[in-house]
Design a protein around this ligand. Structure first.
Ligand code: NBY
Length: 830
């Protein structure tokens, strides 16, 4: 077993700070210097943004001592470097997190105050780097936090998108996408490294040639060459002394490439070249599922993977090690299939450029790579049409064919005669139009394959990757996701963190199993009262923001019922809407009927091309419009669509929730991580047996979790029997009344057909079984209402939820990756 450090429990702040430049006077001077010399302003002229930038630079400076030491460890040959390859890193605002992890929140707060500024105003000034879509990108960010906290040398490799995920505005109830110009005011956290850059080829053709030993080799003659430049951001561990590295690549034109055109006077062609090269890292694709066939997306993937692997080979040389020993130096984790071209690219680098033989190169590749799957939805598995693939990566396609040929030879000799098996396993999908299946490439080229929650991993083994599991059972692992308690409690819910630490000490921040010590206070009236006070304060803060952003007035004493995540049919935001309309109908049928006061808060972005998801947003806002203003409802129900859900807003929302909605169709949500953030902040969960909900319920106890709905097995069963949504509709009067109201245009005055596509989908197909789960969901919500009425019992459940969430720390997940997949020990000492 590897021993992990980085669990020192007391922040340095309380013990007196002996680190360079960390005391209040030093901090003040540093901030003023940055106002004067970096922002080039007189203090008297400084804007709020100047103050933010100056504080950010002062804090970054203070991360550098640890960083230099940590970067030095990259050359320590006894340490393995975790190389986390991800097209997305949804880091969230840096300043607050760095203050927390360095343990200097209070000293910086004081320094800033003595300079006449307010730290909270400065924190609000930061524009978050939205370099991700949702759970997958945020997971990468939580994992970097844990890697640094656990003192594991790690590099997060990705793309420095100039425009991240779009900002969402709501106009007339519809989503409108606004370009995310996050770099507009500069980014104080990154350091550009023009000296660390690599060339990346694209397009063209391949040629055979004989090398000096008369060996037949292949040369790739590209159609185009671009350059990737490193931008580094330090990632500080929590009181661990280790600062890891996030290295993002920006694409640029190669000066020399079309210099000829320039010399010949073709100025415009040279400029075109520059523009098209810079396009590669221009914008994040805002889809949380792939839309096949986007050429630029494949170029992005290859671009960042090639730069990252070339960088790893450079580091290997710096360590003074042989390329043949790469697997002893690096563990490469593929965050979904987006970087899976790494399998072919590493083979190309080793065979074509390092002149290695195929077999040793293949052994290195498989030993280095590991693949995490994040989805079972068959339509979400990445595949690239062969013509597109070969036009952009002609050499990689040859390599993939060769990998596939050798792989299928093995398969056929192990199962002679079973041609169906070979066809199913093949990296190339040959049924009709031909595709490269990226999940197959990743699975063939990795020594480890993992799902992200227990149920997900089991389903992965039984369905999407069944044949691979039959072939390579030893490659399969489960690593249930986790979230960092630093950002998601300490930073976002300081009042709760103080209450907890006051009772059980601060150790829970790195040893969250210590939260169990809260169990014995769960029934204590005084503690319950303080617990409720914290929740109410958090709800009041959110209520004020809701008022400001939407104009809607909500009552902090009402039950805050929250559903925030990307908008998707499988996540069933519209099932929640059916619940709201049901309550509305009860009130309309009898205005005096007892309906408990609830605030329904939705948040989440829809992929710009996903019409049904956008229509669901419009449905939510339209139902809100009617319900919020109905005199019979009399304020008892409020529906809010909180615009632009992102990390910053999440930090406001999770701490204020009473009820966490995790209502995906069972078997569809790989894990979920929002579910963990809610529960860790004392919300109770209403949910299906899906993803990590299963394990959350196991941990917190079934009596502290509101379960409803068909199981994954029952969903399968229903579908195989020929699911008929209309019969569920016809057999359930309240459900019929709800759907009929939508269909009648009650929520779309002036356009009664507006929601017809939604109604048609539900009555005609209902792919996600809303109607089959409707009654169970309503009954469960009635149980929630009854439970919320008993405030003491509810509070006890809330405390027990927090007390038992320890296993969902990303530290636990990272320890499992380190021990079972990466075999990467922490840096010794402190
Ligand atoms: O990854 C999510 C899963 O839906 C969620 O259940 C899980 O908890 C989380 C972390 O494991 N997946 C996700 O967020 N996926 C994406 O954001 C995504 C983004 C881009 C593309 C595909 C998926 N793409 O192909 O472009």
């Amino acid at each position: 077993k590897l021993v992990h450090r980085g669990d020192s429990s007391s922040s340095r702040e309380t013990t007196g700070d002996i680190r360079r430049g960390m005391d209040c006077a030093d901090l003040k001077q540093a901030i003023i210097d940055h106002i004067n010399f970096t922002q080039a302003r007189l203090v008297s002229q400084a804007t709020l943004n100047d103050w933010y930038m100056a504080v950010a630079y002062a804090v970054r400076d203070r991360m550098l001592d640890d960083w230099h030491v940590s970067l030095g460890h990259l050359r320590n040959r006894s340490l393995k470097i975790v190389s986390y390859l991800s097209a997305e890193f949804l880091m969230g605002p840096h300043l607050g997190n760095n203050l927390v992890n360095l343990g200097i929140v209070e000293s910086v707060r004081r320094a800033v105050a003595e300079l006449g500024q307010n730290l909270d105003d400065l924190l609000r000034q930061e524009e978050e780097p939205g370099l991700g879509n949702g759970g997958l990108g945020r997971l990468a960010a939580c994992y970097l936090d844990s890697l640094a906290t656990l003192r594991v040398p790690a590099i997060g490799y990705g793309i420095r998108y100039e425009f991240g995920i779009f900002d969402q505005e709501i106009r007339d109830g519809w989503q409108v996408e606004i370009t995310d110009k996050w770099l507009r005011m500069g980014n104080p956290w990154e350091i550009c490294r023009p000296d660390i850059s690599y060339l990346v080829k694209l397009g063209g053709h391949t040629e055979q040639y004989s090398d000096e030993n008369d060996c037949l080799r292949v040369r790739w003659v590209p159609g185009k060459v671009i350059k990737g430049v490193a931008y580094d951001t330090p990632v500080a561990g929590y009181c661990s002394g280790v600062t890891d590295l996030l290295r993002l690549w920006k694409s640029e034109a190669v000066e020399s490439f079309n210099f000829q055109a320039f010399n010949l006077g073709d100025y415009y062609r040279a400029v075109d070249e520059k523009v098209s090269s810079e396009t590669i890292s221009k914008v994040l694709y805002p889809n949380d599922e792939p839309q096949i066939g986007k050429q630029l997306r494949l170029a992005q993937q290859y671009f960042f993977v090639s730069c990252s692997l070339q960088d790893m080979l450079r580091i290997q040389r710096l360590r003074g090690e042989n390329i043949g020993d790469l697997a002893g130096s690096f563990a490469v984790q593929l965050n979904d299939t987006h970087p899976s071209i790494a399998v072919a690219e590493l083979m190309r680098l080793l065979v074509d450029e390092q002149m290695m033989e195929w077999e040793p190169a293949w052994e290195i590749t498989c030993n280095v790579m590991a693949y995490t799957n994040h989805t079972l939805l068959p339509e979400a598995l990445e595949k690239w049409p062969l013509p597109l693939f070969s036009a952009m990566l002609p050499r990689h396609l040859e390599i993939i064919f060769e990998i596939n040929r050798r792989f299928l030879d093995q398969v056929r000799s192990a199962s002679p005669g079973d041609d169906g098996l070979a066809a199913r396993l093949s990296i190339i999908d040959e049924g009709g139009e031909r595709y490269v299946r990226m999940a197959h490439l990743a699975s063939v080229g990795s020594h480890a394959i993992n799902g992200v929650a227990a149920l997900h991993t089991e389903l992965l083994k039984e369905t999407v990757l069944k044949d691979f599991h039959d072939l390579y059972p030893e490659r399969f692992h489960n690593v249930t996701n986790g979230v960092t308690p630093r950002r998601w409690v300490l930073l976002s819910n300081p009042a709760l963190a103080r209450l907890i630490s006051g009772k059980i000490g601060e150790g829970w921040v790195t040893r969250p199993e210590e939260l169990r010590a809260l169990e014995k206070f769960a029934g204590q009236p005084a503690f319950q009262k303080s617990w409720r006070k914290v929740k109410l304060e958090n709800k009041s803060i959110l209520a004020a923001v809701i008022r400001e952003r939407t104009g809607i007035q909500v009552d902090p004493a009402s039950l805050f019922d929250v559903l925030v995540k990307r908008i998707h049919e499988y996540k069933r935001q519209h099932l929640k809407v059916l619940h709201i309309i049901t309550l509305f109908n009860r009130i309309k049928a009898d205005p005096k009927s007892e309906v408990r006061s609830r605030t329904f808060i939705f948040g989440g972005k829809a992929a710009p091309g996903y019409h049904m998801a956008k229509l669901i947003i419009k449905l939510i806002t339209s139902v809100g419009e009617v319900v919020n203003n109905d005199p019979d409802v009399a304020g008892r129900l409020k529906v809010v669509f909180f615009p632009d859900f992102n990390v910053t807003n999440g930090q406001l929302v999770y701490p204020a929730a009473d009820l966490s909605e995790q209502i995906s169709t069972a078997g569809k949500e790989a894990s979920g991580t929002g579910n963990m953030k809610f529960s860790l902040n004392g919300a109770l969960t209403i949910g299906t047996l899906d993803g990590a909900n299963v394990e959350i319920r196991q941990e917190v106890g079934e009596e502290n979790f509101f379960l409803f709905g068909h199981t994954a097995a029952e969903v399968q069963e229903l579908k195989s029997r020929g699911y008929d949504p209309r019969s569920w509709y016809e057999g359930n009067a309240p459900l019929r009344a709800v759907i009929d109201r939508i269909a009648a245009g009650d929520f779309s005055p002036g356009d009664r057909n507006l929601f017809q596509p939604l109604v048609d989908q539900l009555l005609g197909h209902d792919d996600y079984l809303l109607l089959a789960d409707y009654q169970a969901y309503m009954d469960c919500q009635d149980r929630v209402d009854a439970a919320f009425r008993d405030r003491d019992a509810w509070t006890e459940m809330s405390i027990l939820n927090v007390a038992r969430m320890g296993m969902f720390s990303s530290d636990r997940a990272i320890r499992e990756y380190c021990e079972n997949i990466w075999h990467a020990p922490p840096i010794p000492g402190d």
